[in-house]
Design a protein around this ligand. Structure first.
Ligand SMILES: Cc1cc2nc3c(=O)[nH]c(=O)nc-3n(C[C@H](O)[C@H](O)[C@H](O)COP(=O)(O)OP(=O)(O)OC[C@H]3O[C@@H](n4cnc5c(N)ncnc54)[C@H](O)[C@@H]3O)c2cc1C
Length: 462
């Protein structure tokens, strides 16, 4: 090859990827040094592979040179899990974004990791099939990133999360070998479940290069209802009423008063002054079943004291409601605070009210505004802490986050429902997992990545 040999890493990667597949200039590589957490660190190089063989060669090279390798999908992680804290090579999957096949008999889709989640959903829906996991970032996040973070979404309450749809994986290990885990059939119990060990491992155990996903038939109809309440507890009561009445909504999203005020203009109805909470509920199934679910759902809303109920009259209105819900995170960023920390706790449904009232109780003790929203149907609350850094002492911030996490654990919850640990939650992992469990997990990391080159510095504190 006629490339200029700057150093063994750069020249080796150029040989594997050609000029098109490698970014070396500072201005280019720094675009890959941050994610949605707001944290950043500069990688040395960015590799844009097009094939599994290229990935294997890159990993082999990095392994030989002991260079850190950080896989990256769209960089929408909220925990800093793609931030290259030890520099090295970013392995970005934007050019491995092919849907390799959709099988309407097996009800599966085979995809490369860089496929955007929303694109896959649209493609399978053309064949009246359904891929339920729907992170709010679905317009840009990738299936590879979803697998590596164990992403959830609004429809998790009825349909589960990414891990429930991953049937098998092809994974490049830290020595460059390629393995196939799981089964391509509907069932299979041969050996340990390595597939689900990789799901949620945040790129620290292996590089996912191909995914076989389970699909479902597309539900015939969907009914969507939005409602406003004078207080948050009434909204919780409405959702509780649904479950007690035997209705399993496919989504039960909520916004607290603060969050509602930020997106109220995007909603297709006026938000009255006394509104303190918003619910977005959806049911699906056969047309007749959706009709009966909707009337039971509206009865629950009425019983819980909703002050306004709006059933989306058509797809346009439904989309508008979802656009408003999905615009929450970007809208919060536009509020003018210089820090936004997004916690992702998950508590049992019975404990939602207690958790939310605890948040109201502690907010006045700190120079922070708390915006809570998220997936009420499965207890996954996105608690966003917005503040200006000059007003918030670092130790106070840590104490506040610790208080929130401890309360969530005391109520039987977990510190991360769907975003993972990455960098931002590392120091709190020990609140939830015992030293014995963390020790076992560290040993697993050693087995898969003895030289520690795969996404180093993530999940576990060093
Ligand atoms: C506005 C907004 C809304 C969001 N809403 C949700 C939500 O509703 N639910 C939810 O779960 N999350 C949500 N997120 C978080 C984020 O979108 C998810 O974590 C998503 O799964 C990340 O996908 P990505 O392609 O951006 O991956 P990245 O952010 O690029 O990477 C995430 C992790 O996956 C690893 N990784 C990526 N590709 C691979 C691969 N091929 N092999 C191995 N490891 C890999 C990375 O190293 C990193 O550790 C939201 C984020 C934003 C900004």
């Amino acid at each position: 090859m006629a490339f200029l040999k700057k150093d063994p890493l750069e020249s080796g990667l150029k040989e594997i990827l050609g000029k098109e597949g490698l970014l070396c200039e500072k201005a280019d590589v720094s675009c890959y040094g941050f994610d949605s957490s707001g944290l950043e660190a500069e990688p040395d190089l960015v590799a844009l592979p097009e094939s599994v063989e290229q990935v294997r060669k890159i990993v082999r090279l990095c392994n030989r040179l002991r260079v850190p390798l950080v896989p990256r999908g769209a960089g929408s992680s909220t925990t800093g899990s793609t931030v290259p804290v030890r520099a090295g090579v970013i392995l970005c999957f934007s050019r491995m974004n092919r849907i390799l096949g959709i099988d309407p008999v097996e009800l599966t889709a085979r995809v490369e990791p860089g496929v955007v989640t929303g694109v896959l959903q649209e493609e399978v829906e053309k064949q009246r099939l359904f891929y339920p996991p729907d992170p709010a970032s679905l317009k840009f996040c990738t299936i590879g990133g979803n697998v590596a973070t164990g992403a959830g979404g609004a429809r998790a309450v009825k349909y589960g999360v990414t891990k429930d749809y991953v049937r098998s994986l092809r994974v490049v290990l830290s020595d460059g070998s390629l393995i196939h885990t799981g089964v391509d059939t509907a069932k299979g119990v041969a050996g340990y479940d390595l597939t689900h060990l990789f799901v949620g491992s945040e790129g620290t155990l292996g590089i996912v290069v191909e995914i076989l996903l389970r699909l479902l038939p597309l539900p015939e109809a969907v009914g969507t209802v939005a409602a406003l309440f004078c207080d948050l507890d009434a909204a919780v009561d409405a959702v509780t009423c649904l479950f007690i009445s035997g209705i399993l909504p496919r989504c039960a999203e909520f916004l607290d008063e603060n969050t509602l005020s930020v997106v109220s203009r995007a909603l297709p109805f006026d938000v009255s002054e006394e509104a303190r909470a918003f619910l977005l509920l959806e049911v699906d199934g056969e047309i007749s079943s959706v009709k009966s679910q909707l009337s039971a759902l509206k009865a629950c809303l009425q019983k819980a004291g909703a002050i306004k109920v709006l059933e989306a009259k058509d797809e346009k209105e439904r989309r508008r409601l979802w656009e408003a819900r999905r615009s929450v995170s970007p809208a919060l960023r536009g509020l003018g605070y210089d820090r936004k920390i997004s916690e992702d706790i998950c508590v049992p449904r019975r404990a939602i009210s207690a958790m939310l009232s605890y948040l109201r109780e502690i907010q006045p003790l700190y120079p922070v505004d708390i915006f809570s929203f998220g997936h009420m149907g499965d207890g996954n609350l996105h608690v966003n802490l917005l503040f200006n850094s000059h007003e918030m002492d670092h130790q106070d911030l840590e104490a506040l986050i610790k208080k929130i996490m401890k309360k969530c654990l005391e109520l039987g919850g977990t510190i991360s429902g769907e975003h993972g640990i990455g960098l931002t939650k590392m120091k709190y992992l020990g609140l939830e997992l015992s030293p014995r469990v963390i020790g076992l997990e560290r040993q697993i990391k050693k087995v898969f990545d003895p030289k520690g080159i795969l996404n180093p510095g993530k999940i576990f504190e060093e």
